[in-house]
Design a protein around this ligand. Structure first.
Ligand code: PEP
Ligand code: MN
Length: 365
């Protein structure tokens, strides 16, 4: 097992990786690098030079030119540099350009063939590699990506948590699912984790809250997309901040105590928590009763040969719930997600019932 990477912890208690989503021009990189270095002289300057865009036709990066602008800006401002590599050709170009740290993007981590090729192209180098989580919440795939580099002798490895794609609208661009970071840490406690708050947030208004959560969890660092002129950024304009806002976010982080045990509010908390526990029991009791009704309804569907999934009925349920959520000031997306889960489970149970019945019929024709 490797010890916490020294390059990460060497000169600061937390690592800060800041810089634009994409390297766009020599001037943009220089202005951004100076803005960052003036406030955080130990930051690492990031920029992407090949951008994995969801649909074609958007700005796809500046390739080798971008690497040159990144490196020169880093040199001028006295910052180490980091970029994304997604193919062995990118690795070759970025090594040649003298970039200090590589990161593996979320779309690449999801592809073990590509990760293996990248690991092989880095074999024998001492390059630090940061592995982002894959787009979907697959912890094993994330760990697998990390281990492919470890097995080929890459020693300076860290994970980047950038949130996970969710089909439902969560309010964030990518849902954090902090539990997975916790699980990763329990399997690989030696691994530093950097939180890419920008790709979780998707919009600058969420950055502070997410940064604080990463800080509360004592993660080893933050990645924050920073651009000298965010409004005119060629990619991810909505989530980038200027260097002054970066400064305010990082300096606004507050040290919080880990539990109520250390506070005077402990008795009050006990009382509130026991009331919450009672409500949770009621919720569970309601779920048990709901499952009973679902099963009676399943019998009727079977007896009348009616299909399990009734989209009209789902629409009726969700419309009613949304109306009640709206009148009571509940977050509609939250209510939608809860009922999606409840409805999915009802459909799963009824489909299982009908299937079991059909299989019995097959055995006793
Ligand atoms: C990025 O860091 O600019 C990027 C493309 O991130 P991700 O791979 O997390 O989507
Ligand atoms: Mn980006």
């Amino acid at each position: 097992m490797q010890s916490k990477s020294q390059w990460l912890k060497a000169d600061a208690d937390k690592v800060l990786i800041a810089g634009p989503c994409s390297a766009e021009s020599a001037k943009q990189m220089l202005d951004t690098a100076h803005g960052i270095a003036a406030r955080f002289p130990k930051a690492i300057l990031r920029a992407g030079s090949w951008k994995p865009r969801t649909r074609p036709g958007n700005f796809e990066g500046s390739g080798v030119d971008g690497l040159k602008w990144l490196k020169e800006a880093g040199k001028e401002a006295g910052l180490k540099t980091a970029t994304e590599v997604a193919t062995p050709q990118h690795v070759e170009a970025a090594l040649k350009a003298g970039i200090d740290i590589f990161w593996i993007g979320a779309r690449t981590t999801g592809n073990p063939f590509l990760v293996q090729e990248l690991a092989e192209s880095l074999r024998g180098t001492r390059m630090p590699v940061l592995v982002k989580n894959p787009l979907h919440p697959d912890l094993q795939l994330w760990i697998g990506g990390i281990e492919r580099f470890q097995r080929l002798g890459i020693e300076n490895i860290a994970a980047i948590h950038r949130g996970f794609h969710a089909y439902e609208n969560s309010g964030y661009r990518n849902v954090p699912r902090w539990q997975l970071v916790h699980a990763l840490k329990s399997i690989h406690p030696e691994l530093p984790v950097i939180c890419d708050i920008s790709h979780i947030a998707g919009s600058t208004s969420h950055l502070r809250a997410i940064a604080q959560q990463a800080y509360d969890l004592d993660l080893e660092g933050l990645m924050i997309e920073t651009h000298a002129d965010p409004a005119n950024a060629l990619s991810d304009s909505d989530q980038q901040v200027d260097p002054e806002t970066l400064f305010r976010i990082v300096n606004g982080l507050t040290q919080r105590v880990r539990s109520f045990d250390e506070t005077d509010a402990i008795d009050q908390v006990g009382e509130l928590r026991s009331r919450i526990d009672k409500l949770d029991l009621q919720l569970l009791d309601i779920l048990v009763k709901r499952v009973e009704l679902i099963s009676e309804l399943g019998d009727l569907k079977r007896a009348n040969n009616v299909s399990v999934l009734q989209l009209e009925r789902w629409k009726e349920i969700i419309d009613n719930c949304m109306a009640i959520a709206r009148t009571n000031g509940l977050n509609e997306e939250f209510v939608r997600n809860v009922f999606l889960q409840i409805h999915d489970e009802a459909i799963r149970l009824q489909a299982k019932m009908l299937q079991e019945f059909a299989e019995k019929g097959d055995q006793n024709p």
